[in-house]
Design a protein around this ligand. Structure first.
Ligand SMILES: Cc1cc2nc3c(=O)[nH]c(=O)nc-3n(C[C@H](O)[C@H](O)[C@H](O)COP(=O)(O)OP(=O)(O)OC[C@H]3O[C@@H](n4cnc5c(N)ncnc54)[C@H](O)[C@@H]3O)c2cc1C
Length: 462
């Protein structure tokens, strides 16, 4: 095995997705000599098969809905249908613009970019294309891929994953979505907007089950209104092919027929066969285990992103990559408070949150120490203008800080920025109530909710 250019890099990174490229950019910025190894496309899942393409589909869906609903705003418009090739063209243009920008960034920061499939060959080396890349430190950032259930084969035709759904050359007439988590409800929402008859199957009692129960219930109400069907609390038991689609069975005996089944039951880490275990890296169910500074049990190896058992979000990958780069450059770093990470599900209506749920707050602080407040968007001028319904729910420790902000409503994902400052700066309701929010914005609803929690509601009842 040849040693690449006889260089010992400060950092060799395996995987150029959100976690890996963020680490590369920050490490290079801090003067470290970095090699970044990627077998497919720089940008990884988020840019090519995740965040960006799904949000483009959802935006196209929003335009379809608004065209159909133009009359209620006094706008004459006729919805003729979806030109799926046109939707893909728009989506792909967004991706390629960002992809070009990212490639430019990586080369301008003088990162050594290597295309090829890498394998960890020792605690300080990665082999790729017959070359050995040696680093003082190695960062594992190989991400995740769609999972399935035992006995359920994803054939890419009638039983598909999100990867296939993003390049589907037609709008399906009907679809069953297996899994009511973020990815499942986002596809259900976009497809419904495109005209698909959708049914979501979720084994747990609620859609978006990791959210505060109030948000789940509001989303379920909104989906019911939109005609998105869902079955909660019963597990999938099997799928068979029919003449023109699939028949999905649940353990409770219910069956659903559709043109296709989208399997959205989560994503599993990419760690098999990459030399991790041979190098002594501790794993659990394929996830690489790390300490709060994202270092594995092997001192020269760190890991970030979907490969480790933290929140599978692009901005978590960015933050983890930056933390590792700064630690290796000798800067003082602070462990990530994962409760303080904003989470957004971009369906129609959106669901967003930061901090903890009411149930978790009660577990942590005791039921009598937790105060909650709900502010209905019906009292918010901008939400009325947009004709969106929803709520803001605040969770506060009695006489203390706001520890949870839960938002439901179209465009409410954009409000999670202020919500995260409130949570992460441990703001008291009275402090937020003092801040003036612009009228008429949806942001104002966040201000109003805190005015109410501080005991001085304006546009809501005492
Ligand atoms: C449908 C969908 C929608 C999503 N929407 C959002 C969203 O709206 N917001 C959000 O925050 N997150 C979203 N996510 C999650 C987000 O995409 C991931 O959390 C993020 O991409 C994880 O980054 P990562 O760097 O850990 O892994 P990845 O992005 O998966 O990158 C890993 C990279 O490693 C490369 N690789 C793997 N093995 C090797 C090897 N042996 N050699 C070389 N290279 C290798 C892969 O090719 C890949 O490019 C979504 C995900 C999906 C699937």
């Amino acid at each position: 095995m040849a040693n690449d250019a006889s260089t010992v890099f400060d950092l060799v990174i395996l995987g150029g997705g959100s976690g890996g490229y963020a680490a590369a950019l920050r490490a290079a910025q801090l003067g470290l000599d970095v090699a970044l190894i990627e077998k497919d496309k720089l940008g990884g899942t988020c840019l090519h098969r995740g965040c960006i393409p799904t949000k483009a589909l959802l935006h196209a869906g929003e335009i379809a809905d608004q065209t159909r609903e133009g009359a209620q705003f006094g706008v004459k418009a006729t919805f003729e249908g979806i030109d799926i090739a046109g939707v893909h063209k728009y989506k792909d243009e967004v991706i390629s613009g960002l992809y070009k920008g990212l490639q430019g960034l990586v080369s301008s920061r003088k990162v050594t970019y290597v295309t090829g499939e890498g394998r960890l060959s020792s605690p300080t080396t990665v082999d790729v294309n017959g070359q050995r890349y040696t680093g003082r430190h190695v960062l594992l950032a190989t991400g995740s891929v769609p999972k399935s259930l035992p006995g359920l084969t994803i054939d890419g035709d009638r039983v598909i994953s999100s990867d296939h759904a993003l390049v589907l050359d037609r709008v399906p007439k009907s679809a069953v979505v297996l899994g009511g988590g973020v990815i499942g409800v986002e596809f259900a929402s976009a497809w419904k907007s495109f005209g698909t008859d959708v049914t979501i199957v979720e084994a747990l009692p609620h859609l978006v089950p990791v959210e505060d129960e109030n948000s789940s219930k509001l989303l379920e109400r909104a989906f019911r209104k939109r005609g998105i069907n869902f079955s909660l609390g019963s597990r999938f038991s099997g799928v068979e092919y029919t003449a023109d689609g699939v028949k999905v069975s649940l353990e409770n005996g219910k069956t659903f027929e559709a043109e296709l089944l989208l399997v959205a039951v989560g994503r599993g880490p990419v760690s098999q066969g990459l030399g991790y275990e041979e190098a002594g890296v501790a794993t659990d169910r394929g996830y690489v285990l790390v300490d709060e500074y994202l270092q594995t049990n092997v001192p020269t190896i760190s890991a970030v992103g979907d490969l480790i058992p933290t929140l599978q979000l692009a901005h978590v990958g960015f933050a983890e990559g930056i933390l590792v780069a700064e630690r290796l450059a000798g800067l003082k770093v602070v462990p990530i408070d994962y409760d303080g990470v904003p989470r957004v599900t971009y369906c129609h209506p959106e669901v967003a949150s930061v901090g903890i749920s009411e149930a978790k707050a009660k577990e942590l602080y005791g039921a009598d120490k937790v105060v909650t407040l709900k502010y209905n968007l019906a009292g918010n001028g901008k939400s009325r203008i947009l004709k969106t319904a929803g709520e803001i729910k605040l969770v506060q420790v009695r006489d203390g800080a706001v520890v949870g902000v839960h938002l439901v409503g179209d465009r409410m994902g954009e409000q999670v920025g202020e919500a995260q400052l409130i949570y992460n700066w441990e703001a008291l309701p009275a402090e937020v109530a003092q801040l003036i929010h612009a009228h008429p914005t949806q942001n104002e609803a966040l201000g109003e909710a805190h005015l109410a929690l501080a005991g001085k509601p304006l546009h809501s009842h005492d």
